[in-house]
Design a protein around this ligand. Structure first.
Ligand SMILES: [Fe+2]
Length: 419
């Protein structure tokens, strides 16, 4: 079932590696427990779905649940077991081709848009694959020599955060698939969008040079570093998220039919996609319904608007006479813990293009392909969503998607320079 609890700022992330200290039995036990917890959460999310549900791929950007379960397993096999577990034999030599996503250095791979054509291996075989790798990883962590355990735990930690990212995708991708089904299937009848703090007003950030980026010894992805100084403000960041009621105001004012509100690429996308409302909205008998993970439900005016693209977020901000915050503005405001719904509700589009921080270096080796090679043509989202696993969010986290994407749980808050 979907996790619905908000993830407040400051929750500890999945973290156990202490490479600067001797890694004793306690650290190994903690690592194995964290590994089992994360692996179990993936299976918990998949358990709501039948074997047939787990095969479908509704668009090239979305992957089947079965593929997510296998790919996250391949990640540990490829980057942890193969280089570190002496004598390890892959569960099935064919799986490296099927379940490599985009790692060129790891070898050739199946075409992404065709993942939904993989009726074999079966969901049961993927479960056996997961069990095989689970056992091998636990053995490796327990038995590794003391001079290897630091590197093993470093890669294990990356693998866990990687798997958590795919846990979110399991939910967003199956919702997109279910939206193609005229019967509007239910993923989890108990799922609900958490109601974010209803904070009014804005956080005023005075002009100043502030440090942004990851600044602690907790885990982060390489794209959150290095921490650096940036000029911020003066700007006012809304404490509250834009709501469905707000969005209906935009729609009722002809927002989707007024080219002056839209970026050129956005206006072309509106025409090409026929957008007239957020993703998964349907009009029936004069009222708006939205497909959610709990099935079709009336649009709740008080909830944050969700499943909007960057193009739509930008057009809304222009209509409102305001702007989207930059990612640095967002981070400074979030660190002050003054933003309502910063975490656990909807990711928030920023006006920042996804690019490297000054001095950015990708990690060494094939895992250097994780983030750096995507740093063009995408926009940054900050915060986390209702689909983000507990413990995966932090103020420096940089999510990124193409500006037309709206199958994630993506919304917005506004910024104003005029106050
Ligand atoms: Fe992946």
């Amino acid at each position: 079932m979907a996790q619905t609890a908000p993830t407040p700022s400051g929750l500890p992330s999945v973290s156990f590696a202490q490479p600067e200290s001797d890694t004793g039995q306690d650290e190994r036990d903690a690592a194995i427990q964290a590994f089992r917890d994360v692996r179990a959460e993936t299976e918990r999310r998949a358990a709501c779905l039948s074997a047939e549900d787990q095969v479908v791929q509704s668009m090239p950007d979305a992957s089947p649940t079965k593929w997510h379960r296998a790919h996250t397993t391949w990640f540990f096999e490829q980057f942890l077991l193969a280089p570190q577990a002496v004598g390890y034999r892959p569960f099935d030599a064919r799986f490296a081709y099927l379940f490599n996503s985009y790692y060129v250095a790891a070898g050739p791979r199946h075409a992404r848009p065709k993942r939904g054509l993989l009726t074999r291996p079966s969901a049961a075989e993927v479960a056996a694959y997961r069990a095989h790798v689970d056992a091998a990883v636990a053995t490796l962590v327990l038995e590794a020599a003391s001079d290897r355990i630091g590197e093993i735990l470093r890669v294990l930690e990356i693998g866990l955060h990687h798997e958590q990212q795919h846990q979110e995708l399991i939910l967003t991708d199956i919702l997109h698939a279910f939206a193609e089904n005229p019967d509007a299937p239910v993923y989890d009848p108990d799922w609900h969008m958490p109601r974010p703090d209803g904070r009014d007003g804005a956080v005023d950030l005075a002009e100043g040079i502030r440090t942004v980026g990851h600044q602690t010894k907790e885990f982060c992805f390489d794209n959150e570093q290095p921490a650096h100084r940036a000029l911020v403000g003066p700007v006012a960041i809304a404490r509250g998220l834009v709501t469905n009621a707000d969005w209906l105001g935009f729609m009722n004012d002809g927002g989707y039919a007024r080219p002056e509100l839209w970026l050129s690429d956005g206006w072309a996308t509106v025409a090409a996609e026929g957008w007239s409302a957020p993703g998964y909205w349907r009009e029936a008998d004069g009222r708006w319904l939205a497909l959610t993970l709990a099935g079709l439900a009336p649009v709740d005016p008080a909830l944050p608007v969700c499943h909007v693209s960057y193009y739509e977020a930008d057009a809304y901000a222009r209509w409102a006479g305001k702007h989207l915050p930059s990612e640095t503005e967002w981070e400074v405001a979030a660190r002050g813990a003054e933003l309502g719904g910063a975490f656990g509700s909807v990711w928030q589009w920023t006006r920042s293009a996804y690019s490297p921080y000054p001095g950015y270096r990708p990690v060494e080796g094939a895992l250097g392909e994780y983030n750096g090679k995507f740093m063009v043509n995408q926009m940054v989202l900050r915060g986390s969503s209702c689909a983000t696993p507990r413990g995966h969010a932090r103020a420096s986290y940089r999510n990124f998607f193409y500006p037309a994407a709206r199958w994630q749980f993506s919304g917005l808050r506004l910024a104003d320079f005029s106050s």
